[in-house]
Design a protein around this ligand. Structure first.
Ligand code: ARG
Length: 525
């Protein structure tokens, strides 16, 4: 598949460069498609090779690329070798490319791209992701919505990559009577409360689930143990007000002081987080723990991790905070909102209205459900387009455009491709003629499908969904253009069959990507 090609290029390079193929695979990348010109399929950046070589003299990469290209030969896989700006470019035998990519997409199904060599040798890790974490006595607001969709995405991605993921919802329940009840009952109480709330509803659309519901009040006693431990290590200082603090700078700098005990002896938010982290380490022995909250809590987490460190828990370095920015201007017709039920209602209303105005809208069995799925897709794409850390201005109109770069457009593309399959059946799936898929539109789609693993790899490295979002939007644009020119109806059976194969592959990858982002693809809208 995609990376099978990478490996085969790497093998040839390895002979010329006298380096193991494994070291070369990550320097070979699929070339992003271009509207203006035909591009090669893969490229090797000479720069990244020089980095591999630890050669600091940095000779002219252009010359290096040419020299290297001269030593390489075309074979049964590579049909053309050329050079670009500091790169050696490879074109894959067209028929082989077509056959391999399409067969792989169909064969690997939801695992397409994830079995790539880019991920090979990746150790399976135990990962805890804490997200959502609303305050249950208060209303769920947009920050918690963001935490929910981002955390869900991170957990989905990690799980798809084969890690063992534990999803925790850590409820802000301090001061509520729930906390006084026994643990079993306490959790039952939480779930019951959540079930009747719009939050539960959101979880079910989004397909979000949690392996553990816990809450701050769960850590009442354990926080006292943390205080004792800090005290025994000489890290806790009593103040004249009767509170207890940890001075992280050691020189009284007020910005590095963290209060851990009130004057009445009770714990604070940070104390409970210390207790919770220690408890989770005992329970899950995690390799990584990720907390997803708004960026306002950045300092809080820095301090918590630092305190764990000075308490002697060297696993503190396995803890990571993924902060996100503020959503501004999310208002409904009812006024300024930040509450979940209002957002969900607004989404449903606006989407139903939108769908009623579209000429292409089908008669739907469950318009409410479709409206919600499409609406949530719109919200998620808007939210995932930029860097998670940046704030953004929310606009309902922009979010719901059906032709722009929106979640509506992704859903629309998916539904359209699905209906194509429904109309023409699935009998074509056994075989197809690769020669029928050589026009530029088909080749661009194949080249784009070839890159899916790299995009997953990038998102897995920086935990930013935007790479996947970009990719899926481009895929949908390509599908839209192909839909206009690569007719299925009225084409000879062989051509129609091959094209259906291509469209089916596009839909499969589109659906995979959408699901990773937490979107449920619709088949009709
Ligand atoms: N409930 C908190 C809030 O709404 C978020 C909790 C984040 N997680 C944590 N372990 N502190 O602000």
């Amino acid at each position: 598949m995609a990376c099978g090609f990478r490996r085969s290029i790497a093998c040839q390079l390895s002979r010329v460069l006298d380096l193991p193929p494994e070291n070369l695979i990550k320097s070979i990348s699929a070339v992003p498609i271009s509207r203006k010109e035909e591009v090669a399929d893969f490229q090797l950046s000479v720069d990244s090779l020089l980095e591999n070589n630890n050669d600091h003299s940095r000779p002219d990469t252009q010359v290096q690329a040419r020299k290297l290209a001269e030593k390489l030969k075309c074979d049964s896989v590579v049909s053309e070798i050329s050079t670009g700006q500091g790169t050696v470019n490879f074109k894959i035998n067209r028929e082989l490319l077509t056959k391999t990519v399409l067969q792989q997409v169909i064969k690997d199904g939801s695992k397409y791209g994830l079995k790539s060599e880019l991920f090979s040798g990746l150790p399976q890790k135990k990962i805890v992701v804490e997200f959502s974490s609303p305050n249950i006595a208060k209303k769920f607001h947009v920050g918690h919505l963001r935490s929910t969709i981002i955390g869900n995405f991170i957990a989905n991605l990690k799980e798809a990559l084969g890690h063992q993921v534990t999803r925790i919802n850590y409820l802000g329940d301090w001061g509520m009577q729930f906390g006084l009840l026994g643990t079993g009952f306490q959790l039952f109480g939480y779930e019951e409360k959540l079930q009747s709330s719009p939050l539960q509803h959101l979880f079910e659309r989004l397909g979000v689930h949690f392996d553990e519901y816990s809450g701050e009040s769960f850590y009442r006693e354990k926080s006292q143990e943390v205080l004792k431990l800090l005290d025994s290590k000489g890290l806790l200082q009593k103040t004249i007000k009767g509170t207890a603090i940890v001075d992280l700078s050691g020189n009284g700098d007020p910005s590095s002081i963290c209060t851990l005990m009130r004057s009445d002896g009770t714990s604070l938010y940070a104390t409970r987080d210390l207790a919770a982290a220690i408890d989770r380490m005992d329970k899950y022995n995690f390799d990584t723990m990720i907390y997803v909250t708004d960026k306002g809590q950045k300092k809080h987490f820095q301090q918590v991790f630092q305190m764990l460190q000075i308490m002697g828990y060297d696993w503190a370095e396995r803890c990571q905070h993924v902060p996100f920015g503020v959503v501004q201007g999310m208002k409904t017709r009812k006024g300024d909102v930040t509450f979940l039920e209002d957002v969900l209602n607004e989404i449903r209303l606006r989407m139903l209205q939108n769908m009623a105005s579209l000429k292409t809208t089908k008669v739907l069995e469950n318009p409410q459900e479709t409206a919600e799925r499409v609406g949530l897709a719109a919200l998620i794409i808007q939210d995932f387009k930029g860097l998670l850390l940046s704030d953004y201005q929310f606009s309902w109109d922009r979010v719901f455009q059906s032709r722009g770069d929106t979640g509506v457009f992704l859903q629309y593309t998916h539904a359209r491709l699905h209906s194509l399959e429904e109309t023409f059946g699935c009998g074509y799936l056994n075989d197809f003629n690769t020669a029928c898929l050589q026009e530029p539109q088909s080749v661009s789609i194949l080249q784009h499908l070839l890159r899916f693993d790299e995009v997953l790899y990038r998102s897995s490295q920086d935990l930013q969904p935007r790479h996947i979002v970009r990719y899926l939007l481009t895929l949908s644009h390509l599908a839209g253009m192909a839909h206009k020119t690569l007719y299925v109806k009225d084409s000879p059976p062989e051509v129609a069959g091959a094209r259906l194969h291509l469209f089916r592959a596009v839909r499969s990858v589109l659906a995979n990507g959408m699901k990773l982002l937490g979107i449920t693809p619709v088949c009709r809208m």
